[in-house]
Every structure is written in C-alpha cells, then in structure tokens.
Design a protein around this ligand. Structure first.
Ligand code: GDP
Length: 446
C-alpha cells in the first residue's frame, strides 16, 4: 500500500546523500519534496501541513551531530514525525478488571468487521484468552451465517440468535450474548454489529443503542483503508455520532495510496490499535506506529540501530573508522576491526543487532559464527600483534602468525581464522557501504 510513497521518500533521502551540511535551501527543497510525496499518497491536507511544518522547524534547529550525517538527521526527524501522526506509542487492548471484557465492532458495511471478529477471536485465543463472538449484525441477511463460518475457521465459539426464534433485535442479542459469556466463563466478548453502506442517522442510533446496552470496554471502529479520504470522513462522522476508542485499519494489503491510513489517527485523535492486511485469519496484527513508520521509510530497523549507535559509540572514533572503511581513506585495519567489534558488543547481542540491519542476510552467517565470548580471544590475538601488523594484516606470514598464537595463548588456526574473517568482513562491509542510506559508496583509495 505504501510502495509509491516509500519510493518517493527514498528518492528524497538519496538526494541528500553525500551532503556534509544542510543549508536552509536544502531544507526547503527537501520538505517540499516530502510534502508532494505525502499529498500524492492521499494524506489529508491538514495533516500534511502540520507534518511539514514540524519537520522543517526541527531540521532547521537540529544540532550538528557528530555521529549522523544530514541525510540521517532528516531521516530521523521524518521518522519521529511519522510515528507521531500514526499515533505515537502503540495502544494495547485494555481488558476489563472484571471479565468479560466487551469489545464492540462498528463501521460501514463491507469495512471488514465480520472478518475482523474472526481474526480478533483467533488472536485473542493465541494470547491465552477465551473469546466469544456475538452476532449482532441482523441487518445483512447472511451476516450471522458468515460470522459462524469465520468463527469455526478461527476455532472460536459464536453466539447467534436461533433462526426463526423471533429474535430480531440486535440489542437483545448483544445482551443475551453477554449473559451467555458470563455464565460460560468466556473472558472476552467481541460484538459484531450491523453496518450500512453510508453514514446515516439510523446506523448511528443503532450503534449507540447497542453501545449503551453492552457498555463495552473498547469500541473499535473498523475502516477500509482502500476507500481513501472517505475513510477519514467516515471516521470523523463515527467519532462524533457514536464515539469510539480506537481504529482498526483493514485492507492495508490493497493497492490504494495509503494516505487514509496515515491521516486517520491524527484527524480523529484516536489511536490505531490493529491492522489487517489480507482475507486470511492470520493477516492481522496489533498496530505499532514505529514499525509502520520504518516500513514506510524502508529502513528495516536501521533507525533503532542509529539510535543505539548514537548512545553507545564514541562518535568521533567511530566516524573516523567509518570514513576509513567507506571512503578508503587510509586502510581499515585490525585495530579498527577490534574497536568496532567492542563498540558493537556494547550495543547488545550480535544476532539482535544484525537482525535490525537491512541487507544483512549474506553477512549473518559470517557473524553468527562469532561467539560473544570469542571476542575476548580475538582481543587477545589482536593485542599480540605489532601496530604495523594490525594496520596491515597482509604482512602476517606464517612465522608472524606462529608468534602471535604463542603470545596470545591460542592456536595458529585461530589466528588464521580471525585474519580470514577480517578480510571477509572488510570486503563485505565495503560492498555494503552504498546500501546504507546517507552513506557514500566506497570511493577509490586516495
Ligand atoms: P463487514 O460487512 O464489515 O462485516 O465486512 P466483511 O468482514 O464481510 O468484509 C468485506 C469483504 O472484505 C470480504 O470479502 C472480506 O473477505 C474482505 N476483507 C476483510 N478484511 C480484509 C483485508 O484486510 N484485506 C482484504 N484484501 N480483504 C479483506
């Protein structure tokens, strides 16, 4: 859904690569591009205006940070502002202190409520709950049956009025469903309600009536993200007419431009709690603004990595090493290798750090082979080398390696394996350099 937006934004950041400082004109040009990209993605105009103003002000006021280049700084600001318009922190489902927790689904017909009931039921079961789905959509002839089918697929019990039993009142069904849940010890009740094709007073009245009858802990407004700005307008109307606690975005897998998804939290002031991205019951998850933002910016979790790096790295030292590595200024030697490894170790387990880096698949095996404790051994080996050897490992012939193994209490094969690994890593890192946004490709050594 966000592919075009992602491409447009990547192009904006690519234009900033290689810049060592940002002028006001750069900031103006960049924010203009971002503004166009967002408008083209169908993001609400008011939201775009506010977003751009925030980015512009923050970019102008940004401190020159030794560890980040201008492209990375802007990227970080855009990322934080995106998270902000997506609602800030994730908003988890709130359970009632005294079960059952009652969740009411509201939204237009076709928005995906019934499907969502099944997805939510399965998800709740996965979280160790015992959910009950209540079929209070008596408007659409097939709705009850559809919920029963979905419930069966999800392996979740459905409470439905008996056909021909004269129960045509959704409020009565919802109440009966609640009583049933309490008596059978279901701890979460999901009430599916009727939708209409458009916003009308009758729909609002009925939803408000069910709401009053079941006193839900959460009213979730389900909206089809593919209907563009209509989604935002519908959400506004529902917020005023019925009121809701959080939004569920459905059909994020569609090829619409995605602007609605990016506007709805800001326009309604309500968080997005879940997102659906397919017809299958598993195409569904809790919504995390930060993950969505980094998906839109196509960063893997690079941003998290940048943040951790900022906290842990000695900025100047690592900038020097990075420059050596990326620009071929001076030779990246074993001292730098060790330094980077020690800095990386401070950031957390290697496997976790690697998982956060985009394009790291090929390097994973290489580094997964490095036991965290082995770093101590590597340290010992490197410290047993002379400065000249560390700077230029190519000079390590057989007799030097034997001396180093002896000095560090290791075997020659350990020294060999470290040196080989170093050369591999250096090669890999150099070829990777160009794929990290904002970092220059390796240039020929000067
Ligand atoms: P309701 O009228 O609000 O109950 O909506 P339904 O649950 O019946 O969904 C309407 C249609 O949208 C159905 O054909 C669903 O299979 C489909 N649908 C629901 N959620 C999604 C989704 O996340 N992605 C896609 N592609 N289709 C969905």
């Amino acid at each position: 859904m966000f592919d075009t937006l992602t491409d447009r934004l990547s192009a904006v950041f690519r234009n900033l690569r290689g810049k060592t400082r940002l002028t006001d004109a750069d900031i103006e040009a960049t924010t203009r591009e971002i503004r166009l990209a967002l408008l083209e993605a169908d993001v609400n105009l008011a939201v775009v205006k506010e977003f751009i103003q925030a980015v512009r002000e923050r970019a102008k006021g940004a401190q020159i940070h030794a560890a980040l280049n201008p492209a990375q700084q802007i990227l970080q600001i855009v990322n934080e502002e995106l998270i902000e318009i997506l609602g800030g922190a994730a908003r988890p489902l709130r359970y009632a202190k005294k079960p059952p927790t009652v969740i009411l689904l509201a939204g237009l017909q076709g928005s995906g409520k019934t499907t969502l009931a099944g997805k939510l039921g399965k998800w709740l079961k996965g979280q160790g709950h015992s959910p009950l789905l209540v079929a209070a959509d008596l408007q659409r002839p097939n709705a009850v049956n559809q919920l029963q089918v979905v419930g069966e697929r999800a392996g979740v019990q459905v409470f439905a009025p008996e056909p021909g039993n004269g129960i045509g009142d959704p409020v009565a069904v919802a109440k009966a469903g609640l009583e049933f849940a309490a008596s059978k010890l279901y701890d979460v009740v999901v009430v599916d309600t009727a939708g209409r094709l458009g916003i009308d007073e009758e729909l609002m009245r009925q939803a408000a009536e069910i709401r009053a009858a079941v006193n839900p802990d959460e009213v979730l407004f389900v909206v089809d993200a593919m209907i563009g700005q209509d989604a935002v307008n519908t959400a506004k109307a529902f917020a005023e007419g019925v009121g809701f606690d959080a939004v569920v975005l459905s059909k994020l897998d569609g090829d619409a431009r995605g602007g609605a998804a990016l506007s709805i939290a800001k326009v309604t002031g309500k968080p997005i709690m879940f997102a659906s991205n397919g017809e299958g019951l598993d195409d569904f998850d809790a919504f995390y603004p930060d993950r969505m933002a980094s998906r839109i910016l196509d960063m893997g979790d690079l941003l998290t990595l940048i943040e951790q790096a900022q906290k842990t790295f000695d900025a100047e030292q690592s900038a020097k090493a990075a420059q050596k590595l990326l620009q071929g200024k001076g030779e990246f030697g074993l001292d730098d290798f060790l330094q980077q490894m020690q800095a990386v170790r401070k950031m957390g387990p290697l496997s976790k750090i690697l998982g956060m880096m985009p394009g790291m698949g090929q390097m994973k095996d290489q580094i997964a082979g490095i036991d965290e404790r082995e770093i101590d051994r590597i340290e010992a080996i490197i410290y047993s080398m002379t400065p000249a050897e560390r700077a230029n490992p190519k000079m390590l012939d057989g007799s030097r390696r034997a001396r180093i193994a002896n000095g560090s209490g290791t075997k020659v094969s350990d020294v060999n394996s470290l040196v080989n690994r170093f050369f591999d890593a250096r090669k890999m890192m150099q070829s990777m350099a160009g794929s990290i946004p904002g970092m220059p490709r390796k240039q020929a050594p000067q």
